[in-house]
Design a protein around this ligand. Structure first.
Ligand code: ADP
Ligand code: F6P
Length: 324
């Protein structure tokens, strides 16, 4: 029988993502509505090991849903990858009366949650990453804000690119995944979209594309390059040398992780956070919340981590046809 849950914790871990605050707020308010106490653990697993633990009341999450970043802070913590670190984390939870934790983060953070669950602390993961690279869910908190931020920035680079008749390589985040690049590439009408899942590292194809487009009278050439391919600056130098067309690289970087979350991120984060609080209060453990085919649902973490996710062939093909 599932043990009674009296106190739950919430932490954010890994890279921050817009909408994490909405998820924290939902965990706090739904947890309290379910009759449990809620504690916030600052700075991810590092904060857990440092015992940076605070009580959270409903009012503590007022005026946070619209804010980017995470009010709890986040961190990457190598110590938590070790068994000793995980055992210490579980002991600290017990000392503070924390029966279970909602972990808001990406795949790496889920592994930490899986480890804590093995140490007897109930855990539920909530997908918080701009990268959209978690296989068990069609949606991750932060993706929508990140692509909209990137899309706006790319539109601006395109204006100046056209004025100067330049080629622009714009590098977007995504770690090893090409979702941000694919979505922005389509939404910004890029001439080339380079994603790690599909790129053949044949720059001659890009060079031919630029030369042909220029002959057809196009004044700009936008290449969206995913971080997983990288090397945008050296790529720009090579392309300029081969085409004779001025080519500049812009790396959008951390601006993609900041800013006020979009409505979609606030909504998904709110439902996912509340769902996580509910199943944690029911005594479930080693689960992650996901969204598939219009439904919010939960999966075993071990199964979720074993799932594979790939770019849709159809979406990729369409992106290529539309860019021509
Ligand atoms: P994300 O959660 O965004 O994928 P990371 O991969 O950096 O980000 O993971 C965040 C944190 O989760 C790490 O700093 C570490 O504390 C914890 N973590 C990652 N992998 C493991 C693991 N295999 N075992 C235990 N904890 C892990
Ligand atoms: O996972 C989110 C993300 O922004 C990735 O897109 C990127 O590769 C990584 O985090 C950067 O992490 P850091 O904050 O450690 O530089």
């Amino acid at each position: 029988m599932a043990r009674e849950i009296k106190t739950i914790g919430v932490l954010t871990s890994g890279g921050d993502a817009p909408g994490m605050n909405a998820a924290i707020r939902a965990v706090v308010r739904k947890g309290i509505a379910n009759g449990v106490k809620v504690k916030g653990i600052k700075k991810g697993y590092q904060g857990l090991l440092n015992e940076e633990i605070i009580d959270l009341e409903k009012k503590d999450v007022s005026d946070t849903i619209q804010r980017g970043g995470t009010i709890l802070g986040t961190a990457r913590c190598s110590e938590f990858r070790t068994l000793e670190g995980q055992q210490a984390g579980a002991e600290i939870c017990k000392k503070h009366g924390i029966d279970g934790i909602v972990v808001i983060g990406g795949d790496g953070s889920y592994k930490g949650a899986q480890a804590l669950s093995k140490q007897g602390i109930n855990t539920i993961g909530v997908p918080g990453t701009i990268d959209l690279d978690i296989a068990c869910t069609e949606y991750t908190i932060g993706f929508d804000t990140a692509i909209n931020t990137a899309m706006d920035a790319i539109d601006k680079v395109r204006d100046t690119s056209s004025s100067h008749e330049r080629c622009s390589i714009i590098e977007v985040m995504g770690r090893d995944a090409g979702y941000i690049a694919l979505w922005c590439g389509v939404a910004n009408g890029a001439e080339d979209i380079l994603i790690p899942e599909k790129y053949d590292y044949n720059e001659q194809n890009i060079i031919n594309n630029i030369i042909n487009n220029r002959k057809r009278g196009k004044t700009h050439h936008i290449i969206i390059n995913a971080e997983g391919i990288g090397h945008s600056t050296s790529m720009a130098r090579r392309i300029e040398a081969a085409t004779g067309i001025e080519t500049r690289a812009t790396i959008l970087g951390y601006m993609q992780r900041g800013g006020n979350p979009t409505c979609k991120d606030r909504f998904y984060a709110s439902i996912m956070g509340a769902y996580a609080a509910d199943i944690l209060c029911e005594g479930k453990t080693n689960r992650v919340v996901g969204y598939q085919h219009g439904e919010f649902l939960d999966f075993d973490i071990d199964e979720a981590l074993a799932m594979k996710k790939d770019i849709s062939e159809y979406q990729y093909e369409v992106s290529r046809i539309l860019s021509m």
